[in-house]
Ligand binder design. Structure first.
Ligand SMILES: [Fe+2]
Length: 496
């Protein structure tokens, strides 16, 4: 070995001190050390250089050991997740998938509104608001009446009072809210057309009442379902794969975290318990969704966009159940209610047993918890109609939907809707967790003990959003909810 060390070092022109030579001639790693010296352009190999080399190797070894421990940990966690038996149901009766039948005729709209009226009126009647508009004609002037009605028109009278045309598919009457009744007047201003309410008022004439109070069909307090055990559900939305502004590195960081590759101890504990992922729409950016979109597309082929999306989804461990709802950028019809993504776009995802395609809206029952995913296409329409709503407060708009038991309370806005045979936009069953996307703004709230979540985005702000006046987005945030506790745990992946 002595000769070999001498020959190699002279060939390469490496100078070795006497003490270092004594070590090298007895080391199996002499060549590695000489090569390392060449790599570092080191002039003389002395004892210190060899010492540093050994230290460096040790560090690499330690790092490898950590990696091994982590991959061992991953195996253990994967096994734990597999051992938790998946406990979920997709409640297809609340999902349009496979049931599109509407021809968009006037009769379809009539039926659609009638179903809405009957369903919401029934809720209000059960709460004691019985009676029909026909009562007004039979009641003496100034006496009180109570009835349920749909608001078909809203306007301000010449005197500045609020006037509402109220109908119940049999009769109609005008309801007036006096501007002197300030609190009620303010509430009244946020009534939207086609809303169903219970009214109380005093008869002014046979076709007019002075409204003294009104009530929404609202969800009730109590009866919230929580999971028995600590199982986490991750809520994400709006990846917009294919957009130049999709934050691939940030999203990959999140996927690494689910795979327990990054993060500190606390973070990993959160990730370890993730057994479900609910995605609230806009998987891809799509094609031709808004004017000039082509300039913002990195991937201009819709199938390729879904293939790349599928590659990302495949990185989520197979023990985790994934529910994918569409949004207005996805390759399903643009109008609400939207069916699940078609088979032709599912690419490799179709064969993954843990991936489930659902509509928007839809209803899941995960570990006994009712979860309502809806992309949230109607939110901007609501923001236009209700004065106190704004894009940086999407859960307030969600709260307004819950109060009206309707995900699409305003018709005639820019957002399209199809009158299907059944009104899938009604909140027929109260969800325990209601999740939307679309607004690209993470926000969380509790309404009557139910969780409201806007799951944000993984796309940076687009020129189109800026042009539309939306100035803030919150990309790169994952929302985790332990389904037994209903606490919001937000993990930020951007800017760390
Ligand atoms: Fe979006």
């Amino acid at each position: 070995m002595e000769q070999e060390v001498l020959q190699y070092s002279s060939e390469k022109g490496i100078i070795i001190t006497k003490a270092a030579f004594e070590i090298l001639k007895n080391s199996k790693r002499w060549k590695e050390i000489l090569d390392y010296s060449l790599e570092k352009r080191n002039e003389i190999i002395d004892e210190e250089f060899i010492h540093n080399f050994v230290l460096r190797q040790d560090k690499i070894k330690i790092k490898e050991e950590i990696r091994v421990v982590r991959s061992g940990e991953r195996e253990r966690v994967a096994k734990e997740r597999r051992d938790i038996e998946s406990n979920f149901k997709i409640l297809w009766e609340y999902d349009i998938t496979g049931k599109i039948k509407s021809s968009g005729k006037i009769e379809d709209f009539n039926k659609f509104f009638k179903e809405k009226f009957e369903f919401l009126a029934e809720i209000l009647r059960k709460r004691g608001f019985e009676g029909e508009i026909s009562k007004v004609k039979k009641t003496k002037k100034r006496e009180q009446v109570v009835f349920v009605a749909m608001v078909s028109e809203k306007w301000k009278s010449k005197n500045g009072n609020l006037a509402l045309r109220l109908e119940d598919f049999r009769n109609e009457v005008i309801g007036v809210i006096s501007k002197t009744n300030k609190e009620l007047f303010e509430d009244g201003e946020n009534i939207v057309e086609d809303e169903v309410l219970a009214f109380e008022g005093n008869v002014l004439s046979e076709d007019m009442i002075l409204i003294s109070n009104f009530w929404k069909p609202d969800v009730l307090i109590g009866g919230v379902n929580k999971a028995e055990n600590e199982v986490n559900c991750l809520f994400i939305s709006d990846t917009h794969i294919g957009s130049k502004l999709f934050l691939d590195k940030v999203f990959e960081k999140m996927l690494n975290w689910i795979n327990l590759n990054v993060g500190d101890k606390g973070d990993l504990n959160l990730a370890k318990k993730i057994k479900y992922v609910v995605f609230a729409g806009d998987m891809v950016d799509g094609i031709g969704i808004y004017p000039g979109q082509i300039d913002n597309l990195e991937i201009k082929d819709i199938f390729e966009q879904y293939r790349v999306f599928g590659d990302y989804i495949e990185k989520i461990p197979e023990e985790i159940e994934i529910f994918l709802a569409p949004g207005n950028h996805d390759a399903v019809r643009r109008a609400d209610p939207q069916p699940a993504l078609g088979k032709e776009f599912r690419q490799g995802m179709e064969n993954l047993g843990n991936v489930h395609f659902i509509g928007s809206p839809s209803m899941l029952e995960i570990e006994g918890v009712k979860i309502l995913p809806y992309h949230g296409h109607s939110i901007f329409g609501l923001i236009e109609k209700i004065s106190f709503l704004k894009p940086t407060n999407p859960t307030k708009a969600m709260e307004e939907m819950m109060k009206r038991r309707d995900l699409f309370p305003c018709y005639g806005t820019k957002q399209p809707i199809v009158p299907e045979k059944r009104n899938y936009m009604l909140i027929k069953e109260t969800p325990d967790i209601f999740v939307t996307g679309h607004i690209h703004y993470n926000e969380y709230a509790t309404y009557r003990e139910r969780l409201l979540i806007n799951a944000g985005t993984w796309e940076d702000i687009t020129p189109y959003q800026l042009m539309q006046g939306q100035l803030v987005v919150t990309p790169g945030r994952a929302v985790v909810v332990p389904l037994n506790k209903f606490e919001i745990k937000e993990r930020k992946f951007l800017g760390e």
